[in-house]
Design a protein around this ligand. Structure first.
Ligand code: FES
Length: 177
């Protein structure tokens, strides 16, 4: 019950933050994209109740909002995993074996680009250059603790990194019990 209350409070706070932003940008031309970006940064993705809320707050139809949210690949309608893997597919990484690294991730986690593992631990996203080309091939892993960049990847190194994260997550889970 306590947890539920806390979640409700958090959500109220999140909607409040979104409303302040919508209010500040209501007269801005083309504001729907920045509002959706803000909503996604607050909620992590764009759940149905958030789309409904934005629709009411901006006077746009939900169909229009879904149209924009599904047109741009930056928007997500589903929650992402606890660890977001940003796998670089830029030129330097591509030339240095990004596809092999993607294959290793796919084999280890059984997910494709844009998908989340069943246990909700990982989401894979192929991205353009992340600015560390000298370390190619590179992936960045973003989670609640921040983000870490891993370079000079090989298949083995990639699998080791993913297994270490999984192990750490399950150790954290055991401690929390
Ligand atoms: S191409 Fe991958 S970091 Fe630049």
């Amino acid at each position: 019950m306590l947890t539920e209350d806390r979640e409700t409070n958090d959500e109220t706070q999140q909607f409040r933050e979104l409303d302040v932003f919508i209010d500040a940008h209501k007269d801005m031309e083309g504001n729907l994209i920045v509002i959706l970006q803000k909503a996604q940064s607050i909620f992590g993705f764009l759940p149905r109740n958030v789309i409904e809320h934005i629709s009411k707050a901006t006077g746009r139809t939900q169909a229009k909002i879904y149209g924009v949210a599904t047109f741009y690949t930056q928007f997500r309608l589903e929650p992402i995993g606890k660890n977001l893997i940003l796998l670089c597919q830029g030129t330097a990484c591509h030339v240095n074996g990004a596809l092999t690294i993607e294959e290793a991730i796919r084999d280890e986690l059984e997910i494709q680009d844009g998908e989340t593992t069943e246990d909700g631990l990982f989401t894979l996203n192929n991205v353009a250059c992340i600015g560390c080309c000298s370390l190619a091939p590179v992936m960045m892993i973003r989670n609640a603790d921040g983000e870490e960049t891993y370079g000079n990847l090989t298949k083995e190194k990639t699998v080791d990194i993913l297994r270490a994260i999984r192990e750490r997550e399950s150790a954290n889970g055991r401690q929390a019990q």
